[in-house]
Design a binder for this molecule. Structure first.
Ligand code: IVH
Length: 683
């Protein structure tokens, strides 16, 4: 496992281990702070750091003056002038589990001698700490945290950040104030930056925090100006010429009043219960925040009580960081497999030494395509950073070059499909290589094609899952989707793990699925680039499969959302005799749908109206709601913007509801929505 893997590289007496840890940590500090080129994820650094702390606690004789546990960060590079912080910028103790937060709370209660502590809970922004000095309201200097005592002068770069005021608002200008806060890059800006880096063949950033750090520590402020950075203030260092507010909450209110950006996600709570309740709220909203956070920070609200509690070595006793499970971790690439998808696309997938990350055990991570593997230079045997954030599929972010063993080889996709042996084709200028076997020759494409056909939003065949399809294809019982409808009950009952009753249910589900709708049928066919909403648009425009099959490219292009690529793909599909044959056989076998009224662009009472759905509805699924809206000419999109006409909010709505409220968009509940649809239908 991971720990052993690292231990194997070092001696195992506490003395040797401590020496090795010191050396490692110092090296990573140097790479991080001085070279701007982090070599390991923060969590890995923290793990090593804690291990050294533990050894030093158990063996005080091993504590060395150069131990990284004795300083907050590391030496500054020589690129920027040093700045000595008026008040040191310390770090926070970390709580990784609720028990650690509980221990923090009981220590605070004990030291303050009363039981109901008022806390201010804030987000722990995953950016980099800076200190901004305002003299008589004017921004005169900005410095990074550096080692906590001495940072670097980044004034010129900080001045390019739009949300940082160059002057505080009139009436809020103390003689001197050091504003402490975090510089961040928002997720969409990070994605855009990396796209641009990729397009110009420059190194991509591992995560928004590294991008923010790299952007702030630029020699040329013009480069920083081109990177979109943000700032959130969370504290004050020195303050002269004004009385310090009495609580952390009042301090943040004042910062806001002075014109500084302060994050609105903060709350004054009471006791441990209050802290944990707020933690759960934020945890649930984490993925929908536009910036990255790695936990929450809890601070005793009263500044007087903060002072009473004081500090211990490098951290305050009045605050703690309650961290989320890490979203990045180190592991090793055991192998690189190649998967063949429904459209024949070949996807390299890294098989990983199991690692716990983002709250789950991860054993595989997609590598997307061959170019991506080369760009990141991922090889079998490499130690890599894996990322698993929210529900997003795990991803290999980067390799750790210095951990590469000897004898690794550059990865190449095979020339023949690993499943059917047909030649792999990668047209000039395309990133995706495909198996040329098609679903006729390639079982992998056949299987994934059938899975798609049976899926909920397509033919919705209940009980026909991956494993059954696997057997049906491998045993040669099913060659195309049409064969599904001709198999007798006895054939299903003979399959592995198929009891008589489930075979009956399956036959019944197949029977029910025969009565479908044209949009579902079109989607089920798995035409490349024809997703659910394009299928609906095509069905509405052409009204029948025959007129769609015979449509010219010009006619196809008349459909909203259909561009040349989609049109060409539809033409190719219907030009293929196999496809037409499949459709004919499905119809012969009883697949039907109600005729659909053709709707021209000018029609439909919800024309030009854009809807967003959130939460669950009682009387219909979200897909059904979308079908109804589109049948009346409306459009359904995934996210709320100023262009949204209505937000339909069901039970347990997500962050979309808040956003819609902020933008003043009309919000409909299920009842309002049904009334709207029925009203529009009758007109
Ligand atoms: S207060 C003495 N508040 O966390 C307490 N820090 O380990 C000083 N951070 O490098 C920190 N969000 O960059 C504080 N709301 C917040 C924070 C925050 C992020 C970072 C800060 C510092 C690290 C402390």
């Amino acid at each position: 496992m991971q720990g052993d893997f690292f231990k194997a590289t070092t001696g195992d007496s506490p003395q040797e281990r401590a020496a090795w840890l010191r050396q490692e940590l110092n090296r990573h500090n140097y790479a991080y702070y001085t070279l701007d080129n982090p070599t390991i994820p923060d969590t890995e650094y923290d793990r090593l750091f804690r291990e050294l702390q533990d050894i030093e606690a158990a063996h005080p004789e091993l504590v060395m003056p150069d131990s990284p546990t004795h300083r907050v960060g590391s030496v500054s590079s020589t690129q920027f002038a040093p700045v000595t912080h008026s008040v040191p910028m310390l770090s926070l103790q970390n709580g990784l589990a609720e028990e650690e937060v509980a221990a923090f709370d009981s220590r605070v209660r004990e030291l303050l001698g009363h039981d109901s502590i008022e806390y201010e809970a804030e987000l722990k922004f995953d950016g980099l700490a800076v200190s901004l000095r305002y003299e008589d309201g004017i921004l005169v200097q900005a410095a990074t945290r550096g080692d906590g005592f001495i940072g670097e002068d980044v004034t010129a770069n900080i001045r390019t950040i739009r949300s940082i005021p160059l002057a505080l608002l009139p009436g809020q200008r103390p003689h001197v104030v050091d504003v402490r806060g975090e510089v961040l890059m928002f997720k969409p800006d990070f994605d855009r930056l990396n796209e641009a880096q990729q397009a110009s063949d420059q190194k991509e950033f591992i995560n928004p925090r590294n991008a923010a750090a790299g952007s702030l520590r630029q020699k040329d402020p013009a480069v920083t100006a081109g990177r979109k950075l943000h700032f959130f203030a969370y504290g004050i260092g020195t303050l002269e010429g004004m009385t310090m507010p009495q609580t952390q909450a009042a301090m943040l209110d004042w910062l806001e009043k002075a014109g500084l950006p302060v994050c609105p996600e903060r709350k004054v709570v009471r006791g441990l219960d209050g802290l944990l309740a707020f933690f759960r709220v934020i945890e649930g909203r984490r993925d929908s925040l536009p910036y990255e956070i790695d936990g929450l920070v809890y601070k005793v609200n009263s500044l007087k009580e903060q002072e009473q509690l004081g500090f211990v070595s490098r951290a305050p006793r009045f605050a703690i960081a309650h961290k989320f499970p890490a979203q990045e971790a180190l592991t090793r690439v055991l192998d690189i497999d190649v998967q063949v998808g429904r459209t024949g696309a070949l996807t390299p997938v890294a098989r990983l030494e199991p690692v716990f990350v983002g709250g789950a055990n991860v054993t595989n991570a997609t590598l997307h395509n061959e170019d991506e593997v080369h760009r990141k230079d991922i090889r079998v045997g490499d130690t890599v950073i894996v990322r698993r954030a929210g529900d997003v599929i795990p991803e290999v972010v980067a390799n750790v070059p210095e951990r590469r063993p000897d004898g690794t080889v550059i990865f190449h996709l095979p020339a023949a499909c690993p499943v059917c042996g047909s030649p792999v084709i990668r047209p000039e200028g395309e990133t995706i290589a495909r198996c040329s076997g098609g679903w006729v020759r390639c079982p992998a494409q056949k299987k994934t094609g059938l899975q798609h056909f049976a899926s909920r939003k397509a033919m919705n065949i209940d009980g026909l899952g991956e494993q059954l399809i696997e057997q049906l294809v491998d045993k040669g019982m099913v060659n195309t989707a049409a064969d599904l409808y001709t198999l007798p009950l006895a054939d299903f009952a003979g399959l592995d793990r198929m009891a008589e009753k489930s075979a009956q249910n399956l036959v019944q589900a197949l029977d029910i699925s025969k009565k479908t709708t044209l949009p579902r049928f079109l989607y089920a066919l798995g035409i490349r680039h024809v997703g659910e909403s394009t299928a609906r648009a095509l069905a509405q425009h052409f009204g029948s499969i025959d007129s769609l099959a015979d449509a010219t490219e010009e006619q196809l292009l008349e459909v909203a959302d259909v561009g040349p690529v989609v049109a060409a793909s539809i033409k190719t599909f219907f030009a293929d005799a196999e496809s037409r044959n499949l459709i004919a056989r499905l119809r012969e076998n009883g697949v039907t749908w109600a005729e659909q009224a053709v709707q021209t662009k000018e029609e439909g009472s919800l024309l030009h109206k854009t809807f967003v759905l959130t939460g669950t509805l009682d009387s219909l699924t979200r897909e059904e709601a979308a079908e109804k809206i589109e049948a009346l000419g409306g459009k359904v999109t995934g996210s709320v913007s100023t262009k949204t006409s209505y937000l339909i909010a069901g039970k347990n709505p997500g962050s979309k509801l808040r956003r819609a409220e902020q933008l003043g968009i009309t919000i409909l509940d299920e009842k309002n929505f049904c009334e709207l649809i029925n009203h529009e239908k009758s007109h």
